[in-house]
Design a protein around this ligand. Structure first.
Ligand SMILES: [Mn+2]
Length: 288
């Protein structure tokens, strides 16, 4: 399995990177939970992101490749290869790329400390922002044992979950039409969602507390597929919690500007805005 994955990037990129694309430049970019090797991965959006964003440092914060699913069923479309290719090319061009494997790509954890084609593999990292804050960077599955209710996590990013929600709507509409009573799956689904919100809130607290105990100013993680910024108090100090989201549902990245300011990017919106901004210029060109 591992060497099958290792051989993947040798297949050339199907789509060359556009060289004329205007790229935004950040000091640092964090992405995680890409889940390459699954149908859930929004590869097209991530390719668009990589073609329009550059940074001095890029952190891959785990679950980049979904080894769990690949082991069950080998699924590797050309677009997934294009992503691996683009990241490797970026490292060769001089971007510092740090890869922190998560639980779905834990097979790469055995290579901690090694460097593959300019990509550093780490178990965790410390990042110093331009304005002097120290952030701990890790995937975040380290806290599953503490969370106890992590059974819910199997649901996060799972298409079965969305399918269930949609199915529930359809089934209940049909049942209403037939004069049948309300079906309990809807209640079960709502209960799951309520639990989900509680779970996320508690997870953020647990991770921030761990960062506080390590004496850093904040933490960047992924894992729960929920992009978020929160600040917590720990022993009279402020601890920042940053989650860079995922590329299954939200399609988010975390970026650090050159002055140390941090921002969560929602790529579907960024992409729409760019297309909308470009449209009048294109029409003007066509008219001239
Ligand atoms: Mn994970």
């Amino acid at each position: 399995m591992a060497d099958r994955i290792a051989r993947l990037p040798r297949r050339p990129s199907r789509r060359p990177e556009p060289i004329d694309a205007a790229r935004r430049r950040y000091r640092t970019v964090w992405i995680s939970d890409v889940h390459l090797g699954t149908k859930g991965c929004n590869a097209e959006l991530l390719i668009d992101f990589l073609d329009h964003v550059d940074s001095e440092t890029m952190y891959l914060v785990g679950d980049i490749i979904d080894g769990w699913r690949l082991k069950k069923k080998f699924y590797w479309p050309a677009a997934h290869n294009d992503i691996v290719w683009r990241i490797m090319k970026r490292a060769r061009r001089g971007t510092r790329v740090v890869y922190i494997p998560g639980n779905h790509d834990e097979m790469f954890r055995q290579f901690t400390g090694l460097n593959f084609g300019g990509i550093e593999i780490r178990r965790a990292a410390f990042h110093d922002t331009a304005d002097g804050r120290r952030l701990m960077v890790l995937h975040g599955d380290e806290f599953d044992a503490v969370m106890l209710s992590h059974r819910w996590l199997a649901f996060v990013g799972d298409h079965a979950y969305h399918l269930m929600m949609r199915l529930n709507l359809v089934v209940n509409a049909v049942r209403r039409g037939l004069g049948l009573p309300y079906w309990s799956l809807s209640k079960a689904a709502k209960h799951k969602v309520k639990n989900a919100a509680q779970f996320i809130g508690r997870y953020e607290e647990v991770v921030a507390r761990a960062a506080g105990e390590r004496g850093v100013d904040g933490v960047v993680c992924g894992h729960i597929h929920t992009a978020e910024f929160r600040s917590f108090e720990h022993n009279g100090r402020t601890i920042e919690y940053w989650n860079d989201g995922d590329w299954v549902e939200g399609c988010n990245a975390l970026a650090e500007h050159h002055d140390g300011r941090m921002e969560i990017l929602h790529w579907p919106e960024e992409m729409q805005r760019r297309i909308a901004d470009a449209a009048p210029a294109g029409e003007a060109r066509a008219a001239a």
